[in-house]
Design a protein around this ligand. Sequence first.
Ligand SMILES: [Zn+2]
Length: 126
Amino acid sequence: MVKDANSFRGERGLTLIEVLIVVFIISIILAILVPNYSKSTEKAQEKLCFATEKMVEAQMELYRIDVGEEIASTEDLYKLVERGYLKELPVCPAHGEYRIEGKSLFCSKHGHYSAPGAADDHTGGP
Ligand SMILES: [Zn+2]
C-alpha cells in the first residue's frame, strides 16, 4: 500500500516535471520561430514591393511610348490609373510611400530594387 502511494506520488511528480519541460521546449521553439516568421514576412513584403516597382516602371515606360509624355513626378502616377495602365495607385505592402525619382519608383521603406542596399539579398541583379 505504502509502495503504491509512493509510486503514485512519484508518477505525479514526474508528470509535472514533464509538463514543465514541454512548456519550456515550446517556449524555446516559439522564441526561435516567431522572429523568423516576422523576418520572412518582411522579406516577402520587400519582394512584393520590388515587384510592384518593376511593374509600375514598366507601365511608366509604356505610357511614355504610347502617350509621348514622361511620368515625371509622384503626382503624375494617377495618369497611369486614369489611362488604364494601372488598376490603382501602387501601394507598398509594408505601407511605405512611393515617389518618382528620375524614371524610377522609390519606396520610402524599401528603396529601389536596384539600390545597393537592396541588392544584398538579390543575386543576379544588373
Ligand atoms: Zn515598399
